[in-house]
Design a protein around this ligand. Sequence first.
Ligand code: KG4
Ligand code: ZN
Length: 342
Amino acid sequence: RGSPVVLGIESSCDETGAGLVRDGKLLGHAVASSMAEHARFGGVVPEIAARAHVHSMQSVVDKALAEAGLSFGDIGAVAVTSGPGLAGALQVGVAAAKGYAYALDVPLYGVHHLAGHVAADTLEHGPLPEPCMVLIVSGGHTSLLLVRDLVRDPIVHLGDTMDDAAGECFDKVARVFGLSYPGGPAIDRAAQSGDPKAVAFPRPLTAPRDREDRFAFSFSGLKTAAARWAEKHRAAGPELPVADGAASLQEAVADVLTRKAVAACREHDVRTLVVVGGVAANSRVRSLAQARCASAGIELRVPPLGLCTDNGAMIAAVGDLLVRSGAKPAPLDLAVDPSAPL
Ligand code: KG4
Ligand code: ZN
């Protein structure tokens, strides 16, 4: 017997995800993305995202079930992202989850999107050592979180971005550099052949005078600096050294992120750093985090790439923890909370 198979559903942004988890084990998952439909607008269009979720929901659930070798009736609980995220997009996932829970007569759980990103790592590396420090870096978030007990204690926000998220900075600068959308992976690829020391981009909020903001982030100034650099180069000649610009920008972002994350671990005497969210896929963020954690005696955990970006498996992972901790299910009138606090 044991614990039930938990279906997790994610629809907070442009990815429709479904995942199946039981007892901390990932059984199967599938993701559909509407990224391509947003590309010509240079960012996610909420109405398009919501419609795409409606279109893809059932097929991603079916794919996840097929991958797990399970059928619909095997699902014993349903977990869904209830916030934060785009209101219309969240509505689609929550409505679907309610339908599944009602049809199957199984409990429903609302999950915080960021708790999902944190839990993603448990599917690959087992239970989280607690306390742990979590650096969440995506297109929508850049935060340092202190996790004492993922299912029982509220997560402690040590710092957030004061303006753009790190992924947003990559996406916007990539656009200025003439690279494809989404910009993060494009910057990462271009940076491979560039010199990270070519341009001395600023390291926002790292000066001693920023002591009070030591765990806060700011990326809009970096974005502006990159845009100015591109402008200056274009005025001087036809060739923009994109690889050097990308490598230098990536170095600045990775430097700030990892420096603050390691400092937060030290200050709170935490021995484990978990880096999650889409930007955790960045090669320089990974290598610099690895090097700095190693010299500080901190264990670094990064979920596999496919679980770093938005997916349903991470939501199922939280649902599974909630089920096993005996948490109270949500009512069938569970509301979405687009601007959910932690
Ligand atoms: O977690 P995610 O899929 O969605 C949310 O924003 O919640 O993260 C997407 C973000 C985008 O900004 C994308 O450009 C960035 O993650 N990203 C990367 C890389 N892969 C994805 N940024 C830098 N380097 C990458 N390799
Ligand atoms: Zn996310």
